[in-house]
Design a protein. Structure first.
Length: 145
């Protein structure tokens, strides 16, 4: 497992420890983490703070050329909102920890030229399966079910 996905998993675990949903994300540019975040919808009472959105917010304002050489890591397949943000900023590659418990619009994202790498990581799967079993109502709220 590479260090960047490990950092995203650490973010997911932090979110869970805070009483939130265990999804984490990091943004990497030129081999360096420039932003990190985790799902904080519960903690902040937010409608939009999914892990990827929190990560991008924490990275701050970047130039178009920065985004265009970035890699977004997420422990879970990004939803429509987070995928759309990656498309808006032309992030060329997304590394996904797992897409078994939830799959965002991966085919569409690929059709727009983004390279997706699915790791099918057992730790990412385990975090989400345990959380969904324990808090299905919170999970359904998060994905708009």
């Amino acid at each position: 497992m590479d260090a960047f996905m490990q950092a995203a998993i650490a973010e997911a675990k932090q979110g869970l420890a805070e009483g939130g949903i265990p999804i984490g994300s990091v943004l990497v540019i030129d081999g360096k983490i420039v932003g990190r975040g985790h799902n904080r919808r519960v903690q902040k009472g937010s409608a939009i703070l999914h892990a990827e959105m929190d990560c991008l917010e924490n990275a701050g304002r970047l130039t178009a050329s920065d985004y265009q050489r970035a890699v977004l890591y997420s422990t879970l397949s990004p939803c429509d909102m987070c995928s759309g943000t990656a498309l808006l900023y032309k992030i060329p590659r997304i590394v996904i920890g797992e897409n078994r418990t939830f799959q965002g619009p991966e085919d569409y994202v690929r059709s727009r030229g983004v390279e997706l790498t699915i790791l099918d990581d057992p730790e990412c799967i385990g975090l989400m399966e345990a959380f969904i079993a324990a808090r299905p109502e919170l999970w359904h709220e998060d994905i708009g079910v």
